[in-house]
Write a protein that binds this ligand. Structure first.
Ligand code: MN
Length: 248
């Protein structure tokens, strides 16, 4: 595949265009009481902002390649941010809600923008965590306390990795595999499209993007190789911090 073909292919998967025009009822149902689990330091207040990666686009080579990182962050994630802000700009009554609160209370978002919010605010939230979960250096294994929690929940760290990989491979089409926590219990789940664990009351701890745009340039159809490579760039320190935040 040429670079140009690849760019065209990836560019074709932009987030859905949105049109936020209809007047909407006030968001009375949430009353500011939304209780979605907050991602540590995610900065998910409106208007949403595309944060820098925090490392060079080629820093994850040879595991995750530079071009995929550039397109994935600079085009796909940027499109989610721009489309989310566009959908919400004519809804000042929603302005105070964080990305987490919007996703946890989608039923109260006006129907005219609900799908745009679901796809694009979800896409923003999922990717904001994903970039933080990747690192060129850092711990290559979970800290003792986090490892103990994984052993308790799954039998062993390797058993957790197997379950997580099964979730990544088992997700038909586009979506995410997750290690998530609810009521203090760890679980491996997966979500379609840009749905978030928070929509089901889970706190996201580790997420792997299994949309083809996340791996096709380097791995083509070999999602399993991509999922295996993820362990070489996963920032276990950030994952452990997310786990501790989910418990508190
Ligand atoms: Mn993605």
């Amino acid at each position: 595949m040429s670079r140009r073909d690849a760019l065209r292919l990836l560019g074709g998967w932009g987030a859905a265009a949105v049109a936020a025009t209809a007047a909407s009822p006030a968001l009375a149902a949430t009353g500011g009481g939304a209780t979605a689990p907050a991602a540590a330091g995610a900065g998910t207040a409106q208007p949403f902002v595309l944060a820098p990666l925090g490392y060079a686009a080629d820093a994850l080579e040879p595991h995750f390649d530079r071009l995929t990182m550039e397109i994935h962050h600079g085009r796909h994630h940027r499109a989610y941010v721009d489309n989310a802000n566009r959908a919400l700009q004519s809804h000042p009554e929603l302005r105070a809600l964080s990305a987490e609160a919007l996703m946890a209370n989608l039923a109260t978002v006006p129907e005219s923008i609900r799908m745009a919010v679901r796809n694009n605010v979800g896409g923003h939230l999922n990717h904001a965590l994903f970039w933080r979960l990747l690192t060129p250096g850092g711990a290559k294994a979970p800290s003792a306390d986090f490892a103990a929690a994984l052993v308790e929940a799954f039998g062993s760290v390797d058993a957790f990795k197997t379950r997580f990989t099964e979730a990544a491979l088992g997700r038909f089409g586009s979506g995410w595999a997750w290690l998530a926590a609810k009521n203090g219990k760890l679980a491996v789940i997966s979500t379609p499209n840009q749905d978030t664990p928070g929509m089901e009351g889970y706190a996201a701890i580790i997420g792997l993007d299994v949309w083809e745009h996340a791996y096709y340039l380097k791995f083509q159809n070999r999602r399993g190789d991509y999922a295996k490579t993820f362990w070489s760039v996963l920032n276990w320190d950030v994952a452990a911090a997310e786990w501790r935040a989910a418990r508190s």
